[in-house]
Design a binder for this molecule. Structure first.
Ligand SMILES: [Zn+2]
Length: 323
């Protein structure tokens, strides 16, 4: 952006505006009740449709997305562990360490538990809502959008298509990008985003410079979501994971955990987790996790003590059902 824009910004986004933004970031419950986030709605049969446009990196940031690992699982006594995972920034994570122990035990029941508790990968980008039939008031506005591996893969495929008859596009580009059609279905009880696709490349908002500039200025910074302040200290996380697990498991596997693992397998129907690469641990091989793909939720996964919103629990239960 030009200097004149920067100067203009100075008036519009003064210290008060920055303070308000900072307050939003620190709000307990994270993005779940953060109205900067958008999520596609679904009907009773879990079908959903919306058209969005991914937006470029904001000024001062290089990449138009951030990626965040998080955990969301229940301990044997029903308590939740919902925390951002420090491995996002190459930190040490007590929940991942516990998973590695379980995985390395070689016991199938332990591996199932590790799958259930593994870190989940999510991305955040700025998007413009082109069409949201269930909530038309969102149309024409900029939001943050949290999504999973499946949609991220579609973004990557658009930039580097597999077949010669497909033209590479930069889906984040105002001038040469494309609208993205989100198509959600319920496939055998799993929320499925497979049918989602890009429309043909098109100029965004007819490349109207004024409209683009206004929109660009309304985008949100992404880096604050992966700032170290968003991740609790190792000691704090270890205390939390220990209190949730309450000695309820060990690498040798207790009877209670075996029962829980059986339940998990039945509930999920399938477990495409770490088992896809038997020799490695769940800590390092879950990047290609497909069942966290396309998460449509808007929760930032950092709870404040036991005060995480009920809806966050519902979100994580739902996440386990995504395919
Ligand atoms: Zn972790």
């Amino acid at each position: 952006m030009s200097l004149s824009n920067l100067k203009k910004d100075r008036g519009r986004k003064g210290i008060e505006a920055l303070a308000a933004e900072a307050a939003k970031m620190n709000k307990p419950g994270g993005s779940f009740d953060d109205d900067r986030f958008w999520r596609p709605s679904r009907d009773k049969s879990d079908n959903g449709f919306a058209v969005i446009r991914f937006l470029p990196a904001v000024e001062g940031e290089d990449i138009p997305w951030v990626r965040i690992f998080s955990h969301g699982f229940k301990g044997p006594k029903g308590q939740w562990y919902i925390e951002n995972c420090p491995t996002t920034n190459s930190g040490k994570c007590p929940a991942c360490e516990r998973n590695t122990e379980l995985w390395n035990s070689g016991i199938d029941a332990n591996k199932d538990i590790a799958r259930k508790r593994k870190r989940r990968l999510q991305y955040i980008s700025n998007v413009y809502i082109v069409s949201d039939p269930k909530n038309p008031e969102n149309e024409g506005k900029v939001f943050l959008y949290k999504y999973g591996m499946k949609i991220f893969t579609k973004l990557m495929d658009a930039m580097d298509p597999d077949f010669e008859d497909e033209d590479a596009i930069n889906p984040f580009c105002f001038w040469e990008g494309a609208d993205f059609k989100i198509k959600i279905r319920n496939v055998k009880g799993f929320v499925n985003y497979d049918k989602s696709e890009f429309a043909a490349a098109s100029k965004f908002l007819d490349a109207d410079e004024k409209a683009l500039e206004a929109l660009y200025e309304g985008q949100h910074k992404l880096q604050p979501f992966v700032d170290n302040s968003e991740f609790k200290e190792y000691k704090v996380l270890r205390e939390h994971v220990e209190s949730v697990l309450q000695d309820g498991d060990s690498p040798q596997s207790s009877a209670a955990d075996e029962a829980a693992a059986e339940e998990d397998v039945q509930a999920e129907g399938h477990s495409p987790g770490p088992g896809s690469s038997p020799s490695s641990s769940p800590v390092t091989n879950d990047d290609d996790d497909s069942d966290s793909g396309s998460a449509e939720a808007t929760v930032t996964v950092n709870s404040e003590d036991d005060g995480e919103p009920k809806s966050a629990h519902a979100y994580f239960e739902e996440l386990a059902d995504e395919d």
